[in-house]
Ligand binder design. Structure first.
Ligand code: 13P
Length: 251
């Protein structure tokens, strides 16, 4: 059975003290959220250790926003998957469009990152999604299919138990323009089919596929009501505990 997940991606926001306060506020309100909706917060690297202390023993899980494509060694400025595991991360986001766009994250690097994350016991939230030009050219299905094939087809059905997919249309991220629930459902169903083509119907059925892109309390209910949308990856609205929890309560 696939999980319902509401994950907050803080991106490069909040100082450490602000992040600790935000995590505490999320934890304080998490009791309102039904137990079958998993809450995750993804914070900057600097915040992980203190926030791990805040979420320890609570229903809120901790995620990183990225990890290195190398195991260890002379890679100045990088943070390895085993380091993330050692501070108490359960997840890491990989392949966010901002990393693909601004930091040269390629599908090849994502294969390495995913391998290392899984090998170190982390679950992966792999982001896919098309940009505006690709959407307008009608290439969104092809783009998502290629991103999934290039990365996930290198893994096994067993690995897929620890992989969540997040569909995030780039044109909807931070723009206030949400994909309509029909647009989102159409591509989520398609992504599930791409997973089924390689791993079979049962694995596809069990794979959690999140929607991300201007998801907020006012539109979450309609999005989450779609058959193939299993929750959200939330950016801006995750920076306010009330909004984040309101989204989680939209199930
Ligand atoms: P927004 O919710 O701010 O549009 O960001 C979505 C996102 O990129 C989550 O990873």
């Amino acid at each position: 059975m696939r999980k319902k997940i509401v994950a907050g991606n803080w991106k490069m926001n909040t100082t450490v003290p602000e992040g600790i306060e935000l995590a505490k506020a999320v934890v304080a309100k998490s009791a309102e959220v039904p137990a079958d909706v998993k809450l995750i917060i993804a914070t900057p690297f600097t915040h992980l250790y203190p926030v791990a202390e805040v979420v320890k023993g609570t229903p809120v899980a901790l995620s990183a926003e990225n990890c290195a494509d190398k195991e260890k060694g002379a890679y100045t400025g990088e943070v390895a998957a085993n380091m993330l595991a050692s501070v108490g991360c359960e997840y890491t986001i990989l392949g966010h469009s901002e990393r693909r766009q601004y930091y040269g994250e390629t599908d090849e690097k994502l294969v390495e990152k995913t391998k290392l994350a899984l090998a170190n016991g982390l679950k992966v939230i792999l982001c896919v999604g098309e940009n505006l030009d690709e959407r307008e050219a009608g290439k969104h299905f092809d783009v998502c299919e290629a991103q999934i094939k290039n990365v996930l087809y290198n893994f096994t059905a067993e690995d897929m138990k620890n992989i969540v997919i997040a569909y995030e249309p780039v044109w909807a991220i931070g723009t206030g323009k949400t994909a309509t629930s029909e647009q989102a459902e159409e591509i989520h169903a398609f992504i599930r089919k791409v997973v089924a083509d390689k791993f079979g119907a049962q694995v596809a059925e069990d794979t959690t596929i999140l929607y991300g892109g201007s998801c907020k309390p006012s539109n979450a209910k309609e999005l989450f009501a779609q058959k193939d949308i299993d929750g959200g990856l939330i950016g801006g609205a995750a920076l306010k505990a009330d909004d984040f929890i309101a989204i989680a309560l939209s199930y």
